[in-house]
Design a protein around this ligand. Sequence first.
Ligand code: C2E
Ligand code: CA
Ligand code: CA
Length: 557
Amino acid sequence: MENTVLVVEDNEINRELLVAILEDTYHVLEADNGKKALEILRKLKNEVSAVITDLVMPEMDGYQFLEEYSSSPELSTIPVIVSTSQSDSESEVKCLEYGAWDFIKKPYNAQIIRFRVKNVIERSELYALRKLRYQEQFDELTGIYIKNMFIQQTKKMLMENPDTDFMLLHFDIYQFQIYNSVFGMREGDNLLRHIADMLKRLAKKEKCATYCHIEADAYCVCMPAAGQEILQKMMDDFQKDFRIYQRDYDIRGNMGVFYIEDKTVTIDSMIDHAKLASKECKGNYIQNYYIYTKEMAESLQEAQSLANDMERAMKEEQFVLYLQPKYGLTSSELEGAEILTRWQTPDGMISPGKFIPVFEKNGQIMKLDYYIWEQSCKLIRSWLDRGFEPYPVSVNISRVSMYNPRVAEEIYELTQKYDIPLKLFQLELTESAYTDNPGAIKKAMQRLREYGFTILMDDFGSGYSSLNVLKDITVDVLKLDMKFMASSGSENQKRSESIVANVVHLAKDLHLPVIAEGVEEIEQVKFLNSVGCEYGQGYYFAKPMPVAEYEKLAFNL
Ligand code: C2E
Ligand code: CA
Ligand code: CA
């Protein structure tokens, strides 16, 4: 391949001299000032291998040309040789600062010029090649291996040490994006480099180890297997290091450990396993590393298959409504019901405790919630059309659905579509939704109340700031879950009872009715009655039941 050299020189005689020297070996382009040279370079940047430029020229001189050239990333990789008439070290320094690669002196020496041009071209290729090779192996930010290289080197290490047991570690920072937004990207990058250094030091202590920067804030290390005590010490050391590195922020490392039993498993899947284990930490202070177990993979698979099956199940109407009656505690009369979803597959029932958390994680819950609300509206409509006088039912709104800015409108539109009196369609919202996202929830709740919906605060008392929530938002009913209370006969029973009694009193002061849910025993009913709690729901009264069964109960069929 013939290389192209651009000669930039206003003096015609000099230019022709240079062309004559170079044209046997190169394809030579000419320009008589810096401006024209830049035009040519911008057009032909991928073809020009080197530039020789004069300094003193009309329109745009050599300095200006160098300045423009070096500030343009697409041009600055092309080597530039400056031709100077006298040795003037000050102007040479200036040229070097602007990225000049070399100099030639007037009068021209053909041999020296050919050598220098050849050299810069070779150097620039070598440099580009080396940079490319570096990028293929190392992460630019941290200077340690990238994933591909890690996989290659780890494979080799495992094969070369057949008698050593190894483990693969996946390490990352809990909520790194928060650190980034608090301290800025630049400091975020510093932390990432710091972690790379930490892991480098860790690996250096081993007789053999590999490590890499996987992506974002994730790293992997493969080293001889160590027991729990050493793993714990390792994490403790990291935490100590983090506290010294950053006093103003609680950096928390999370680690997943995969003990390599079968060395023929792909490194990629080892990484996945370690990563899965690290997910268990979720920022936990006490346990900041987890060892991979088969169950972790099984529950992931289960979650994935639930997520995969959801759409089809919805089309096939496998999600069905169950109703759990609510009773007046003094009257023992039916007062309403909560709608609870059941997933009826051909192979049996899946409990919401299994699929709701999965759908909340992947967002599918929004679709399911809407579906259940619509089914519930249809159900009430059918009761009205059949001439019954239904009790109110309550539906659950997932915290995730509350992120939908149109949630209030969508629910209202559904009730209008089926012409449902709003007092028959109550909404249960879990207290912890509020602590997740107070701003948005507050707005959505306000709009729901403006439409005229009755809002029940579900699982009241389960969060950390139940009383704060009450101060901030208005609800119509509190649901107090008995499962958050100590079991009867236990040491803490007295304390829980006094808490329940006080919550009920507080609710009374705020004119809020209370529904106790999860009521299982007659003793609980008696106690709740004695403290003035109005309503109860739980296995003591009735379990959630299919629609037909509830209709029998509610309408004396
Ligand atoms: P939740 O809203 O707190 O519903 C009450 C749960 O307690 C129900 O469990 C109910 O069957 C159970 N329960 C009722 N009485 C008793 C009792 O006396 N003892 C005990 N141990 N448990 C009792 P379920 O139906 O398994 O639902 C679990 C959770 O799943 C619900 O908790 C709710 O958060 C969610 N969920 C259920 N259906 C839906 C739905 O359609 N949409 C949304 N977003 N969430 C739902
Ligand atoms: Ca509920
Ligand atoms: Ca509840």
